[in-house]
Every structure is written in structure tokens, then in C-alpha cells.
Design a protein around this ligand. Structure first.
Ligand code: ADP
Ligand code: MG
Length: 678
């Protein structure tokens, strides 16, 4: 289908062996690759500025004709200066060219040119040094500017691109079915490629971009959906109907509607003969652990083991306790396995996992070690999955015979994005918080009110509540750690000397961390000074006040996660955001948090303010690299592309129909290129 487009760039006129090796550096191997090497930006020649009005020392476009070519001046060995006087009738300008005789020679003494460059000098002695010159008789009106590599110039690349487009136009290549192109109001691929490189104006360029963005997102959506299908082909451990009522009856509370239907979703999935792949997405405090417990109980009733993996020891321990509380009374054996346990303890726990005595194993990375062997692993649950690499999850899943998979995440990303990122997952959303939960009142205050804020914390402690003071540790560096330590000490010996203050940070040994967390949970500490290690999942219902230092340094979503540590019990809870840098932008940002408790709204705002870096920067989502689409900007196109992809696969599930060969090829390209590129 790709025909000549799949040939090496060397195939193009003017591209020899040498240049094609240079192209390799730009990741351009074939003619096709070259066509998809898009410009970084454009220089628009359509609106030249008059020489009279042209600014000094900044890049501009002017249009002028040659008045006189001066004789070359050989200044010294190796330096020849060529000057050309030009005018546009509003003013004159001297074009200065150093050494490049061929450029000087190519200037037509009668010609008119667009000049792109910086004007220097003053008054009548104005110059433009080595401008880019394009003859007005045959210039592309919008000049593409490409990412280059040493040895390849813009001019060469443009020339080669013209040739590549010629090859493209020599036959018909249109991978996307016509009706999809039509229904989405897109231009043809030929038009798109022509106009992304050499648009006649910025409007045609925009049309071209729309088409190319659509193609890319369609390809991505198809790939994700195909992957989802394929993962369904493998057999899992199918389970059958069981009486879940003991679980519901033993719970100390009534489940929310969202929790109930999430558990139902899981049970339904686990009936299938292909493995469940489900994401439970719920804001902090929405009660995801209870859903996990329900799914684990169902697996237990079916004679299967469940592994629950948490990113930190604190969280693992807490999950262990919760699971034990929910499931222990029902006769389910729950064990904990973490890296910090003694070798002896670990060995005995592993023994009970291997012989099938224990039904639920909660742990950290220790769970994925090769020495951990399960007797019959049927369900794998991971909490806060963005902290785990794809491989870790795969390794744990590999310990069973295609176990069912459940992922819990508090990152409230928009549904369309979630679908893309977790394309091969089904999603259950926990919309409401458990009843009786009060929103956390949030105030942003400046540093000069710090004493008052401390007083406010004290008031809560005096009422028998507990509190957190969170300070950011930007780097896990010694000096930052020193800052946090001395800050905690100051509080303990100063303002809070009559209270029990603990310090928690990421550099503490796991058992030490554990101990402090336990003390706090048991109310042997009143105040916990902490770095962001409390961010995920820590649950102390009696904690009702949180003060966050330097809150301007956190992202909104992170602040929201942090404050989710309070307001977990029946007490009215407060979060105070302190900042010593109350710039307008900071104040605006922090105000969003005082105005809403909706994690979804907050993440949307975060996305707007900070860009998609958090979601897409790390590439932890495992998506292929995109060339032209930006998933946070092109959201509408994304939705359309997803719809088109679904419709396509409904009619042709494996994309094997002859008219879909082109699309199939695109999907393979996109996903292949990215294998091993991380
Ligand atoms: P998260 O979704 O943030 O992981 P958790 O599972 O830690 O939330 O639950 C937060 C707290 O709410 C826990 O103390 C849990 O026992 C409690 N909880 C969960 N579901 C309910 C419910 N339906 N009603 C009342 N409390 C609940
Ligand atoms: Mg949790």
C-alpha cells in the first residue's frame, strides 16, 4: 500500500548515501518518514512589512528589489564581503553576505525578493546580514522551518520535501476510508501533506493539521482498541456466582451506589473466560478499598488468591489492616508482605502464600519478587497504578494463570483521556463520596498569617483532633531534609511544645516510618509534620486539620490529594494553604481549591494551567509518542477519532478487510516505532 513511500530516502533525487545517513539522525529513514517530518513552525511571507516601518534587531519579513550589486570586497584572507543595495521605495537597505559567493551570484540584478532576517544599524545605514532570500517570482508563500541536524539545511530539506511530495502524488495513497474522511469534514491526505509543508496561507495549514491530527488519533484509538480485544482472547480464571451477602452484611457501613456498582462490574467481569481489566477511578476518600475487598472476597469464594500491591509500605500496611478488618471476620486469611519484614517473617509468609493457606496478600514491590510464588492467583489489584511501571504490573500478573486485574486510581483524569491512556481497561467511576462526609474547608493564606494559622491548628488539637503540617521537599536532598527537620524541631520546641509532634519523611527507614504512622493512627501523636509521603491513601479519621507550607510549589491535583487526608471521619475538617509568594497567579490557583472539592474539576483546571505534562510528560502511561496531535488540546478530535475507531472495529474487528489494509499498516507503524524507544 505504501509502495514507493516505504523506500529509503536515498530513493529521492538529490539524496545520496551521505545525506541519507544524516537523515537517520532525524529518525527519517524512508520517504514516508520524511513526509511525516513536520515543520516546527512557519515563516509567513504573505504580509511583509515596509522597510520604513520594519523594526530593528528582530526577525522580520520585508519585500524589496535589487538596486545595485556592489563589487565584492575581499577584506582579508578567508573573508569576502558581498553587498547588495535593495529598496521597496519606502526605504533602502543593504544586504550583507559573508563569503557565500554562490548566494551573491544567484541574486538576479533585476530581481525582487522576500528577505527574512534582522535589520541592524540606524538611519539610512540599515543592513540585513545574511538574510534568507526568496524570489518573489517563485517562492512558497509560507516557508516551513524544520528541525535539522548538522549537514542538512532548511533549503536542502525543503527541496527534498518537494521531491517526496512528488513521489506521494505519483500514485494514490489514502489509508483512511472515504466516508470517515467525509463525515469528519477532513481534507484529503494529499492536500494535508502538501499544505502541512508548503501551505499557501495559515488557513490551509490549519486544514492540513486537522487531517493529520485526526489520522494520528484514529490510529492510536484503533491500536488501543485492538490491544484490548487481543487481551480478551487469552483465557483467565473464570469464576462463578457466589453468595456475596456475608461481605455486605459484615461491612461497618452502607456502600455508596458507586461502590456497589463497581463491585458488580468486577463480579460480572470475573465471570468471563477472559481476564478482567478494570480501573476503579474515584476521588480521594471515595472508598476504593472497599471495592477491592469486595472483588477479593468474590475471588476467595471461588477458591482463588488475591494480590494487592501498593506503592509504599505505609499504604500496604494500611490496606492490609483494612482488608483484614473487612475480610478477617469472614474467615479469609489476609497476610502482609513488605520489603522491610525480617527474612524469617518473609519466608513464613511466602510459605503460606505458596501453599494456598492465605487468600489475600497485601504488599509492596516485594510481591513481584521471583521468590514469591502463589498457589492459585486469580486476582491482581494495584493501587495508585501510576506509580508502578508497566513491567511491574505485568510481572505480578504473570504469577497467576492470566489473573483478573483491577486497578485503583485517584487521578481524576477526563474520561476521554482515561480511555486513551488505559485504552485496554474498562472503567468504573466512584462518583459520590460516602455519606456524612463533609467537604474540607480550604483557605489560602499568606505567610504573615502563619502564627494565626498555627493557632487554628492548636484549637483543633485542643478539641481532641489530630493534624498534619505538610512541607514540600522538592528534592530528596540533604539540605531540603535539614530544612524539614529543623522546621519540625522548631514547631516541637516552640509553638507546639505542649503537644506530641512526629516527623515523617521519605528518607526514614521503612520500619521507622511505619512506627510513626502507627503512633499517629493510634493518637499517640497529635501533630504529624510530614513531607508529601502522606499524599496517597493514608487514612486517619480523627485528623481534621491540615496546614500546607509553600503550597504554591504544589500542583492543584497534588494539593487536592493531600487535603484528602483530612475529612475522613465525622469531624468538620479544614485545610490551610500557606504561601509566602502570593503572586496573582498563585492566588488564583489556590482559590480554585477553596472553591471546589471536586477532584474532576480540579484536574481539569490543572490541565489548563500546567498543561498536560503531569499526564503525558512522564510517559508512564505507556502510550506511543505522537508526532502532531496533542491529547490535551485536541480533545474534540480525540472523541471523534475514538468514535470512528469503534465504528470501524464493529464492522471489521481485526481490521483485516482489504479496504482497511492502509489503516492496519498505520496502527502497526505507530506501535512498532515505539517499542523499545523508552
Ligand atoms: P480511597 O478511595 O481514597 O482509597 P478509602 O478506601 O481509603 O478511600 O476509604 C476512605 C475511608 O472511608 C475509609 O475509612 C473507609 O473505611 C471509609 N468508607 C469507605 N466506604 C464507605 C462508605 N460507603 N460509607 C462510609 N465510610 C466508608
Ligand atoms: Mg486509597
Amino acid at each position: 500500500m505504501l509502495k514507493d513511500l516505504a523506500k529509503p530516502v536515498m530513493y529521492l533525487k538529490g539524496v545520496g548515501e551521505k545525506r541519507s545517513t544524516l537523515y537517520e539522525k532525524l529518525d527519517v529513514h524512508t520517504v514516508y518518514d520524511l513526509l511525516y517530518h513536520f515543520p516546527r513552525y512557519y515563516i509567513d511571507l504573505n504580509d511583509p512589512i515596509s522597510l520604513k516601518d520594519a523594526p530593528l534587531n528582530e526577525q522580520c519579513v520585508v519585500k524589496a528589489r535589487v538596486v545595485r550589486k556592489m563589487n565584492p570586497a575581499r577584506i582579508r584572507q578567508g573573508l569576502t564581503v558581498y553587498k547588495v543595495i535593495m529598496t521597496d521605495d519606502t526605504a533602502d537597505i543593504t544586504v550583507v553576505i559573508y563569503n557565500a559567493g554562490y548566494m551573491y551570484d544567484s541574486i538576479d540584478p533585476e530581481g525582487e525578493y522576500y528577505l527574512v532576517g534582522k535589520i541592524t544599524g540606524s538611519g539610512i545605514r540599515r543592513e540585513m546580514n545574511s538574510p534568507q532570500m526568496y524570489s518573489t517570482s517563485d517562492a512558497d508563500m509560507v516557508q516551513p522551518v524544520y528541525r535539522l541536524t548538522e549537514g542538512i539545511t532548511q533549503k536542502m530539506l525543503r527541496l527534498n520535501m518537494h521531491n517526496a511530495l512528488e513521489v506521494f502524488n505519483s500514485f494514490i495513497y489514502e489509508p483512511v476510508p472515504k466516508d470517515i474522511v467525509r463525515e469528519n469534514g477532513l481534507c484529503s491526505l494529499g492536500y494535508a501533506l502538501q499544505n502541512i509543508h508548503f501551505p499557501t496561507d495559515m488557513h490551509t495549514c490549519e486544514l492540513a493539521k486537522q487531517r493529520l491530527v485526526f489520522d494520528e488519533l484514529l490510529t492510536l484509538a484503533l491500536g488501543m482498541l485492538l490491544m484490548k480485544r487481543r487481551s480478551r482472547e487469552r483465557a483467565g480464571c473464570p469464576m462463578e456466582d457466589k453468595d456475596m451477602s456475608p461481605f455486605y452484611e459484615a461491612l461497618p457501613f452502607e456502600l455508596t451506589g458507586g461502590q456497589k456498582s463497581a463491585i458488580d462490574d468486577c463480579i460480572k467481569d470475573m465471570h468471563n473466560d477472559f481476564p478482567m481489566n478494570r480501573l476503579v477511578q474515584g476521588d480521594v476518600g471515595s472508598g476504593k478499598t472497599a471495592v477491592a475487598a469486595g472483588a477479593a472476597y468474590f475471588a476467595y469464594l471461588n477458591g482463588c488468591q488475591t494480590a494487592l500491591m501498593a506503592p509504599t509500605e505505609i499504604l500496604a500496611t494500611q490496606h492490609y489492616e483494612t482488608m483484614k478488618a473487612f475480610l478477617g471476620p469472614l474467615g479469609v486469611e489476609v497476610v502482609l508482605l513488605t520489603g522491610s519484614m525480617t527474612a524469617k517473617k518473609k519466608a513464613s509468609v511466602k510459605e503460606s502464600i505458596a501453599n494456598g493457606e492465605c487468600a489475600v496478600v497485601v504488599g509492596t514491590h516485594a510481591l513481584v519478587q521471583t521468590t514469591t510464588v502463589f498457589s492459585k492467583l486469580g486476582l491482581v489489584i494495584t493501587d495508585e497504578q501510576h506509580r508502578f511501571g508497566v513491567e511491574q504490573r505485568a510481572m505480578l500478573a504473570g504469577k497467576g494463570d492470566n489473573p483478573h486485574k483491577l486497578v485503583m486510581s485517584a487521578t481524576p483524569i477526563p474520561r476521554t483521556l482515561a480511555l486513551m491512556i488505559y485504552g485496554d481497561l474498562d472503567i468504573s467511576v466512584l462518583k459520590e463520596l460516602p455519606s456524612g462526609r463533609q467537604p474540607v474547608e480550604t483557605y489560602a493564606v499568606t505567610g504573615n498569617l502563619r502564627e494565626r494559622a498555627f493557632g487554628y491548628v492548636k484549637k483543633h488539637l485542643d478539641e481532641g483532633r489530630q493534624g498534619y503540617i505538610v512541607c514540600p521537599m522538592i528534592e530528596e536532598s540533604d539540605s531540603d531534609l535539614q530544612d524539614v527537620k529543623s522546621y519540625a524541631k522548631q514547631l516541637q520546641t516552640g509553638f507546639f511544645k505542649d503537644y506530641r509532634v512526629g516527623l515523617l519523611h521519605g528518607r526514614l527507614a521503612p520500619d521507622k516510618k511505619e512506627k510513626i504512622m502507627k503512633q499517629f493512627k493510634e493518637h499517640k501523636l497529635d501533630l504529624l509534620v510530614s513531607t508529601t509521603v502522606v499524599e496517597v491513601g493514608v487514612d486517619v479519621p480523627n485528623a481534621a486539620i491540615m496546614l500546607i507550607e509553600n503550597s504554591d510549589r504544589f500542583g492543584l491535583s497534588q494539593l487536592h490529594q493531600l487535603r484528602g487526608r483530612v475529612g475522613r471521619g465525622q469531624y468538620k475538617s479544614t485545610c490551610v494553604l500557606l504561601t509566602d509568594k502570593p503572586t496573582e497567579a498563585v492566588v488564583k490557583r489556590l482559590k480554585i481549591l477553596s472553591s471546589t472539592n471536586d477532584g474532576f474539576v480540579i484536574s481539569q483546571e490543572d490541565l489548563k494551567i500546567r498543561g498536560p505534562g503531569d499526564f503525558f510528560g512522564s510517559r508512564q502511561h505507556g502510550l506511543p509518542k505522537l508526532k502532531i496531535a496533542d491529547m490535551s488540546q485536541d480533545m474534540e478530535v480525540l472523541v471523534k477519532a475514538q468514535e470512528a475507531a469503534k465504528a470501524l472495529l464493529a464492522a471489521d474487528p481485526e481490521l483485516t478487510a482489504p479496504e482497511h489494509t492502509g489503516l492496519h499498516e498505520l496502527v502497526e507503524r505507530l506501535f512498532q516505532q515505539n517499542v523499545g524507544s523508552d
